[in-house]
Ligand binder design. Structure first.
Ligand SMILES: [Zn+2]
Length: 152
């Protein structure tokens, strides 16, 4: 057995290991995806408003204004317009968790796509046909044959 043969075997083993590890990783990612809870897109920010009454404490120059009012804004992908709604103070924590869940989903999807890319690569590499060693075989195989056309 030549050195290149053993090198090839080692490469194949490594490719198989990598492939299996990647498939395992993908399984874990899919499990994590199945555990995704309530999520929503957008960003949440606190707003303070002046009511406009001249006697109110908010009318002072250095006053913060009334609030906080929690405003959730997001991009409506159908219309391309920014949308928003106020979130009641009691629902702020829950909304923050839903926004965080959306980020978690996005991270998981990114990772899943990455791992899937690598799985596809590993499969391509594992099925890589060995380079032809005999010229004779090569020329015989490369002879042109017209494929039968599929009748539709
Ligand atoms: Zn006021």
């Amino acid at each position: 057995m030549s050195v290149s043969y053993f090198r090839k075997q080692i490469e194949l083993n490594m490719a198989t290991q990598t492939h299996d590890t990647l498939v395992e990783q993908r399984g874990q990612l899919l499990q994590a995806l199945a555990g995704i809870g309530d999520l929503r897109q957008g960003s949440l920010r606190a707003q303070y408003r002046r009511c406009g009454k001249p006697n109110c404490h908010c009318a002072r120059e250095d006053a913060q204004g009334h609030g906080p009012y929690w405003l959730l804004t997001w991009l409506d992908r159908k219309t391309g317009k920014s949308r928003g709604r106020t979130i009641p103070p009691g629902a702020v924590e829950q909304t923050q968790a839903q926004l965080a869940e959306h980020q978690r989903l996005r991270a998981l999807v990114r990772e899943l796509v990455e791992v899937s890319d690598r799985i596809c690569d590993a499969r391509l590499d594992a099925n890589k046909p060995a380079a032809p060693e005999k010229r004779g075989d090569f020329t015989r195989r490369s002879r042109n044959r017209s494929r039968p056309r599929s009748s539709t």
